[in-house]
Design a binder for this molecule. Sequence first.
Ligand code: FAD
Length: 387
Amino acid sequence: MSILSFSPAALTMLSENERLFQETVREFATEELAPKVTEMDRAQAMDPGIVSRLFELGLMGIEIPEQYGGTGSDFFTSVLVVEEISRIDPSVGVFVDVQNTLVINALERWGTDAQKAEHFPRLAKDTVGAYALSEVGSGSDAFALQCRARQDGDGWTIDGRKMWITNGAEAGLYIVFATVDPAADYKGITAFLVERGNPGFAIGKKEDKLGIRASSTCELILDGVRVGADAVLGQVGQGYKVAIETLNEGRIGIGAQMLGLAQGALDHTIRYVQQREQFGRAVGTFQGVQFQIAEMATEIEATRLLVYNAARLKTAGEPFVVKAAMAKLFASETAQRVASRCIDLHGGYGFTTEYPVEKLYRDAKIGTIYEGTSNMQKQTIAKVLMR
Ligand SMILES: Cc1cc2nc3c(=O)[nH]c(=O)nc-3n(C[C@H](O)[C@H](O)[C@H](O)COP(=O)(O)OP(=O)(O)OC[C@H]3O[C@@H](n4cnc5c(N)ncnc54)[C@H](O)[C@@H]3O)c2cc1C
């Protein structure tokens, strides 16, 4: 059921469909994913069995219409899924998030019928997607990209390097942004659908990271990669719109990732303080500890309202850009504060890899950086308020 046929009296009230989805994902995450988290973090790799299960459960094609083999659900459901998975593992959370809120979303909004017919069935079944905008010299200033596409007969030849590409190691389909005319500034930017098997396309260095270590972050190398005219996603010279509009939506997913992470850290901590004894009693019986738990729960609830509101607005087709920036900004700052406080409440054990909060603390750091740093979210919010 979509938001159009369901008007919640409260943002956190879920439709029957949303609740069922949430329960299924929670069961998968706690029973199947949780036992694999530590090993995937150590190995810096996704477990292939987990990836297969994500496809089987329909979590890699949440908004893909059923006619293409997808789940046929909506954006809000994608956000719920990312939250639930990130409670257990934010690496898998972003794996699912990029597939749904960036790649599938961009294809749904900008793809032709032929592109949807070609790519949606694969993305729903077994193909991972990646979204390649950033380069060595262009991060926050994304439109300063240097990757170049030249007209070549009836197609295009693409040359350049991309940096930091999530799902780079696993993907079969990449949305690559390149300029067809550097003199045209951002109006030369064009989005292309590039296959992993294209001659001249290679995966470069995989980053060794502080957190979300099971999520691959790779360089992409494009040396004379030839694609047909039908590989252009949207219009030639309109890639900046594809990039901005997709990221505006995608950052709600990062808000959900950080929300789930914070909730996961708090869940572990509530259990821990109830069994850890000092001074002859559980540390959770001290009011000082209870107040810290209450403060964290309140911050998380405020985050949930911001994230759900942005997601419901986007799902309903209402303006959401400022709310999305606020949600991502607040969620990522909350995740850092909560994960840090949760380590404090675990004492020395929290500082070791024996307890899960150490990993969540490392994972939290990425929230203020990717899909627009906290400064860039503030810029988006202020620009609208002060125009
Ligand atoms: C793990 C990981 C995964 C990623 N996944 C992807 C992906 O899948 N696809 C993709 O395309 N990219 C991806 N990225 C790239 C990511 O989006 C960029 O790292 C991010 O946008 C920041 O760009 P930058 O690293 O170049 O930092 P910079 O832009 O160099 O920023 C450095 C600092 O300067 C500040 N700053 C910059 N400009 C301003 C300004 N105008 N006002 C105030 N402060 C400013 C920033 O806030 C930041 O604190 C990923 C990055 C990481 C680390």
